[in-house]
Unconditional design. Sequence first.
Length: 184
Amino acid sequence: MRVALTGTPGTGKSSVATLLQKQGYTVVRLHELAKQNGCIDGMDTKRNSLLIDMDKLHKYIKKNFITNELVFFEGHVAHLLKTMEKVIILRCHPKELKKRLMKKKWNNQKIQENIDAEIIDVILCEAVEQHPTKNIFEIDTTKKTIEEVAASILKIAKKNFQPTKTYNIGRIDWSEEILKDFPA
Ligand SMILES: Nc1ncnc2c1ncn2[C@@H]1O[C@H](COP(=O)(O)OP(=O)(O)OP(=O)(O)O)[C@@H](O)[C@H]1O
Ligand SMILES: [Mg+2]
């Protein structure tokens, strides 16, 4: 089972991925996989981030991860890969997200861009373009510890998981926060 762990930067993908790895689960870091296998397309100099060739990465994963075992693919592009059987989107209230992003010491513009992206559901919109909605799940991490987020992920990733309202898409709506400024 290939499970995408995606979400706006700062929602906690890497933190929870590290915990899942410690618990013995297989986690693939997509940016590392892309770098190691010639799937980098260039550099976004404005954002100081690598551009991944998604076609190449998709082909690489399709060829090399034919498995019945549970594998998590972590990264904010994970939902763009059609080979994913389930897509888990980590969400975070903009006020809390700002706190988490501030820890990254990014500039204000980059922080604001990501808060805006979270408010307008960018990742969810991209995910529904690629996957049937029944395969997409959202976890609100705002008040959850990393351990609790990991437990939710493991529940959803189970083969016989029956969708419940808690993780169904469309329940999270930060749109009222759009015009608010969140003082640090
Ligand atoms: N559930 C949580 N509760 C509180 N703080 C958290 C939680 N998850 C992550 N954090 C903190 O938020 C910050 C961002 O987390 P992390 O780097 O894991 O996010 P990310 O989604 O991997 O971001 P990026 O896309 O930039 O790699 C870190 O300082 C981390 O310790
Ligand atoms: Mg990360």
